[in-house]
Design a protein around this ligand. Structure first.
Ligand SMILES: Cc1cc2nc3c(=O)[nH]c(=O)nc-3n(C[C@H](O)[C@H](O)[C@H](O)COP(=O)(O)O)c2cc1C
Length: 345
């Protein structure tokens, strides 16, 4: 199917509901049955989780830094291990911030490996997706770009992105500042499929977002509290116990606001960077080094805390969708329940 005919399929599932309640421009692009993405998550994306979501008909997305640095896997082998579990499509997250040449070169290599191993759906975050679009389009690949506002969407579309992931103010990880409705209103004019990311914890919220006109929903927090996710039990239990008031934005982890559970550790440290770090983050040159320092430190801190079964390292990223999450479940059951809710509405 050509790209033009894909974008002709309305982003709204409402209009499709007479035929196939699940068919959207996103399902056509990603070649999956259910318009539901298990979003990439550093440090929580492990291959078993990605495979379980794809096997159930959604789209599992690999996060290469999580696979290689946290889960100590060879990237190509991990993709083959997923393929041994399911032949269904998966996606890959390319974080394309050009903060270091070494990191960029590694990302180029990971995109190439993913293409060689048959991955055709890519989610880009931070930066201009053009080089990813140029690399994957000749292979029939599709790129959706993560955005929090219109100016980043424009950059993504100018770079050739085929769809947008609208990261709202309820999302886990790096949250946006706008509501899902505000983002939908702002981004609809680009005439590409728009995915809702943030605040979807249960099937009612999922159906509501799909009825608004999103082409799919991307969930992160919900899929941490699953049997297949290898993050620690205390982390998963904290998600199940938390309510939305327990989620705060901390700038102390990566230097930009990250949604996190307001644990005793977070409360004792506060959510704002110290005076020296704040000064450096505003400085035109210092900003780059401070961000780099934060990113590297965060990579270690988040890895350690996600694996720590004592529950003492409470750096637990999660979004306000915690309010709709009441138990640790198999990932496939979640996809199936959401799918049935979409069919029944
Ligand atoms: C623990 C955690 C780590 C995340 N890491 C990434 C990441 O590495 N790359 C990315 O593009 N998005 C990342 N995200 C965002 C998710 O892919 C997804 O968009 C978001 O979690 C949706 O909001 P929700 O958590 O309310 O479902 C992360 C989210 C969480 C909760």
């Amino acid at each position: 199917m050509s790209l033009a005919s894909v974008t002709d399929i309305t982003t709204s599932t409402k209009i499709n509901s007479g035929h196939s309640p699940m068919k959207t421009a996103f399902t056509e692009h990603a070649k999956v049955e259910v318009p539901l993405i298990c979003g990439p998550m550093y440090p929580c994306s492990n291959l078993e989780l990605v495979a379980a979501v794809s096997k159930a008909g959604g789209l599992g997305v690999v996060q290469p830094v999580s696979l290689t640095f946290v889960h100590k896997q060879d990237f190509r082998q991990a993709l083959r291990d997923i393929k041994a579990i399911t032949d269904n499509p998966i996606g890959m997250n390319a974080l394309i911030e050009k903060s270091s040449k070494r990191y960029h070169d590694k990302m180029v290599e990971w995109v190439d490996i993913a293409l060689e191993e048959g991955v055709r759906f890519f989610i880009t975050s931070l930066g201009n997706p053009k080089w990813v679009v140029d690399a994957v389009e000749p292979h029939g690949g599709i790129v959706y770009h993560d955005v929090t506002e219109k100016k980043w969407a424009q950059k993504g579309i100018d770079g050739g992105a085929h769809g947008l992931i609208a990261v709202n103010n309820r999302a886990g990880g790096h949250a946006g500042a706008k509501s899902k409705q505000q983002l939908l209103d702002e981004l609809q004019g680009f005439n590409v499929p728009i995915v809702c990311a943030g605040g979807i914890g249960n099937e009612q919220q999922y159906v509501e977002a799909m009825d608004m006109g999103f082409a799919a929903c991307q969930l992160g927090t919900r899929f941490i509290a699953t049997k297949e996710c290898t993050s620690s039990v205390p982390y998963k239990e904290a998600i199940v116990k938390a309510d939305e008031d327990d989620i705060v934005l901390s700038e102390r982890i990566t230097g930009v606001p990250v949604s996190i559970i307001n644990t005793d550790l977070i409360q004792s440290q506060g959510t704002k960077p110290g005076k020296f770090a704040s000064w450096l983050l505003k400085h035109p040159k210092g900003k780059h080094w401070m961000r780099m320092f934060y990113t590297i430190r965060a990579a270690f801190k988040l890895r350690k805390s996600s694996m720590d079964e004592t529950g003492k390292q409470e750096y637990w990223q999660a979004g306000k969708s915690v309010a709709g999450i009441n138990e640790i479940e198999p990932a496939g059951d979640i996809v199936e329940r959401f799918k049935q809710a979409l069919i029944k509405r």
